[in-house]
Design a protein around this ligand. Structure first.
Ligand code: SAM
Ligand code: SF4
Length: 360
């Protein structure tokens, strides 16, 4: 019979002196993580993240954003455009080629990228061509050069939807954010467009698009009133994206930050009430932090810049996942770069762009 002493000795795990003790390392990691607002939220919501991983069906895309130009006549405070170096236009023949290279599942084409699409000299042909290929076409514009002639041509082009980007309801706020613009001109251009639209056959739907952040949140309800006065029935608030600019990536600008969240919710509630009262359809961004990335853009949308390079979504400009002019579409869509981007988005540590995206 063996003694209890010998049993203990036999089963003792040999101690490796070089191995760092696990607990202090973990404690150090947790302390460091708790200093970072994002990491803190991830840790606190870890159980939900693991249990409720997003699972989107992976299909071929239905939407294509094809940037026909990244030239712009404004320098908006919040826009990534100001950090671009490579500026230019896509030729009409290249655009047509790209439209024909896209899979048949793409039924929506938006020729807007990080520039002003109306500056492209062939913008009406760009829309007309996509329409001829049986695609719904949509553009976003700052409306600064939307004169009567342009309005008439756009209304006759087969355009399905137009978004007017307006980030202030007063001259001061608007011109302060949309640097280089003139508030009165933009309002006059939109009013003229809406007047012509009333007489048009198959008029496009019109949306007022607002980047909502601390600098214009106080005007939230007034955007609905402005839209109503212009005859616009849809207002869309888009949360500020700031991953590309450390100056903007500060809690004092965000509508989601801990200090701002209650105020944002209150403002959105009263804006929703105003919209209901005026019969305006309002789309608001989510305010609460969600542990998982809600966005599913890379599963249904492809963004192609003016040089033909594809990126995972319309807000990620510096990640190139392939050239549609040099590779087949399916090589890009199912290629290692886009596949790994998607799986990173589903992981516990998504790409920085997504972590700091207003639409996450
Ligand atoms: C890049 S612009 C290009 C089209 C056009 N120049 C315009 O202003 O509508 C497309 C949309 O992105 C929005 N946008 C610009 N900077 C943004 C940001 N930091 N976060 C979210 N949306 C932004 C604009 O307000 C606009 O509605
Ligand atoms: S938001 Fe539009 S108008 Fe303003 S700088 Fe960006 S691309 Fe130009």
């Amino acid at each position: 019979m063996r003694s209890s002493k010998s049993t203990q000795t036999n089963f003792q795990k040999p101690r490796n002196k070089r191995e760092p003790p696990a607990f202090p390392f973990l404690a150090d990691f947790l302390v460091r993580a708790s200093e970072n607002q994002f990491a803190r939220k991830v840790l606190l919501t870890l159980p939900t993240r693991v249990l409720r991983r997003p699972s989107y069906p992976l299909k071929t895309p239905t939407v294509a954003r094809v940037e026909v130009t990244n030239r712009c006549n404004l320098s908006c405070r919040m826009c990534l455009h100001q950090s671009l170096e490579d500026i230019g236009d896509m030729e009409l023949k290249t655009y047509r080629k790209i439209i024909d290279l896209l899979p048949k599942t793409v039924s929506y084409v938006n020729p807007t990228g990080f520039g002003e699409p109306l500056l492209h000299e062939d913008i009406v042909d760009v829309i007309r061509f996509a329409r001829q290929r049986h695609k719904y076409t949509e553009i976003y514009t700052n409306a600064t050069i939307l004169d009567k002639e342009m309005a008439k041509n756009l209304l006759a082009s087969g355009l399905w939807s137009i978004h007017f980007s307006i980030d202030g309801t007063t001259k001061r706020t608007y011109e302060g954010l949309r640097r280089g613009s003139k508030f009165e001109t933009v309002i006059e251009n939109i009013s003229n467009f809406m007047a012509q639209r009333r007489k048009a056959q198959n008029p496009p739907q019109v949306v007022m698009r607002v980047v909502i952040w601390k600098n214009n949140l106080h005007e939230a309800t007034r955007f609905v009133e402005l839209a109503y006065n212009l005859g616009i029935k849809n207002v869309l608030f888009q949360a500020l994206q700031h991953f590309w600019n450390s100056e903007l990536n500060k809690p004092e600008y965000s509508i989601h930050s801990e200090e701002a969240i209650d105020h944002s919710k209150r403002m959105f509630r009263s804006t929703q009430e105003k919209a209901q009262e005026m019969g305006v359809k309002l789309k608001l961004p989510a305010v609460n932090f969600c542990p998982k990335i809600r966005c599913s853009q890379p599963w249904y949308l492809i963004f192609i810049n003016w040089k033909g390079f594809a990126t995972p979504c319309c807000a990620v400009y510096d990640v190139n996942v392939g050239s549609i002019l040099d590779q087949s579409f399916s090589h890009i869509w199912w290629g290692p770069k886009l596949v790994s981007w998607r799986s990173q988005m589903k992981s516990l540590w998504p790409p920085t762009h997504c972590r700091n995206c207003g639409d996450r």
